[in-house]
Design a protein around this ligand. Structure first.
Ligand code: FAD
Length: 386
């Protein structure tokens, strides 16, 4: 399948690129240094109507994953944290759209699309991240709903979220434990958001632990219908939103390349510009080549989603896009720091921010080892245990 950018895609690209350069770039270092949630950037994205981009047209969106990737890439090129504001909103959106009841969609999606509501998504617990089946938070059925008990960690955006989608174990119809998602609204009795992590990267959007002490969750706050179909549907939906995560890698790599290029053209050594050394030129060539390859893979994965490709056909391509683009982001950011020399280590220059943020990308939303497991599984099938 081939793809090309339409006028609509280019329009979004032009708009976001201009805003990113003129407004977002100026705030990027400050957000990282202070680790303060950027309310001004949130207001800017809201004003521009960007939260609605991937939403179906009935919510005022484009319904296009490729458009969403382009917006994230352009913001991520100058500021990881501002791009994250979109992504962190779109994860619960994807879950609700795929697995929510009509009433749940009606209740939450218009607010998420406009940016009036903020949300978060939480599966990770102290003893289990990649291994989602290892979660211990449990939802016990009671009259009219459930009682939620347990604790989570690393829930990004939770401190400002109006609601959080929380994964918990509950007894299935056959008596076996199954995982479901519960909508925990801000202020529910017994629910607390803990102190924010002091993070190496992604510093502007806090990640916090969550505590649930006998929290009553009404039946209509369980995502989808009973039975863990709801959770399975949501996991499927995450394949579709994976290109957005990958687009952050492309934006980050491009931004690191931009900074490195500017620096070496203005730095001299041994009587010539650093950008004139052949060894350095080849490094830049490799960085540009990898970034473009990542971009093409991400755009292709997004275009497949837009063309309605799903399930097993999409999963390995989406995993390749996430894994490749974020590995490229790490490599390009590492080389960019190298090209800055000692200035790359100094907080005076922005490049070490790219390096720290790139590392986060290889870990979140399914580590890159987990993505490789998905890809290998599509080639070799499941490993056979003897
Ligand atoms: C900045 C940040 C934001 C986050 N935000 C959220 C959020 O909003 N909501 C949320 O629920 N979680 C969030 N997380 C948590 C994140 O999803 C987990 O950290 C991630 O899934 C990995 O889990 P873990 O840290 O427990 O590592 P583990 O799963 O313990 O893995 C440790 C190491 O072992 C490797 N590994 C594990 N299993 C396998 C395997 N089968 N094959 C090969 N290697 C394997 C991993 O890749 C990793 O390198 C966030 C994390 C960070 C850093």
């Amino acid at each position: 399948m081939t793809y090309s950018l339409t006028d609509d895609h280019r329009q979004i690209q032009d708009l976001v690129r201009r805003v990113a350069r003129e407004k977002v770039a100026l705030r990027a270092d400050d957000i990282d240094r202070t680790a303060e949630y950027p309310e001004d950037m949130y207001a800017l994205l809201r004003e521009l109507g960007l939260f609605t981009v991937p939403f179906p047209q009935q919510y005022g969106g484009t319904g296009s994953m490729l458009s969403a990737c382009i917006a994230v890439e352009e913001l991520g090129r100058v500021c990881y944290n501002t791009a994250y504001l979109l992504v962190v909103q779109w994860i619960p959106f994807g879950a609700l759209l795929a697995g929510g009841t009509p009433e749940q969609r009606e209740r939450y999606l218009p607010g998420l699309a406009s940016g009036q509501l903020r949300a978060a998504f939480s599966t990770t617990e102290p003893q289990s991240g990649s291994d989602v089946q290892g979660i211990r938070t449990k939802a016990t059925p009671v009259a009219g709903g459930y009682r939620l008990d347990g604790a989570k960690i690393w829930c990004t955006n939770s401190h400002v979220a109006d609601f959080i989608l929380v994964a918990a174990k509950t007894a299935g119809t056959d008596g076996k434990a199954e995982i479901s998602l519960f909508i925990v609204d801000k202020g529910m009795r017994g629910f607390e958001v803990g102190r924010k992590e002091d993070k190496m990267g992604a510093r502007g959007i806090p990640s916090c632990p969550l505590f649930f002490d006998d929290v009553f969750i009404p039946e209509h706050n369980r995502l989808g219908s009973a039975g863990n179909q709801g959770f399975k549907v949501v996991m499927e939906a995450f394949n579709q939103s994976r290109p957005i995560i990958a687009a952050r890698g492309v934006g980050l790599a491009q931004g690191a390349l931009d900074h490195a290029t500017e620096f070496i053209q203005n730095r001299a050594a041994f009587g010539q510009k650093v950008s004139d050394f052949q060894g350095v030129r080849w490094m830049i060539a490799d960085m540009a080549m990898q970034t473009e390859a990542a971009r093409q893979l991400v755009y292709r994965a997004a275009s497949l989603v837009d063309a309605g490709v799903a399930g097993r056909e999409l999963a390995p391509i989406a995993a390749m896009a996430k894994c490749f683009a974020t590995d490229v982001a790490m490599r390009v950011a590492t080389d960019a720091v190298q090209l800055f020399g000692a200035a790359g280590i100094s907080a005076e220059y922005p490049i070490n921010r790219y390096f720290r943020d790139a590392k986060v990308l290889q870990i979140i939303e399914g580590t890159n080892q987990i993505q490789r497991n998905i890809i290998a599984g599509s080639v070799l099938g499941k490993p056979q245990r003897r």
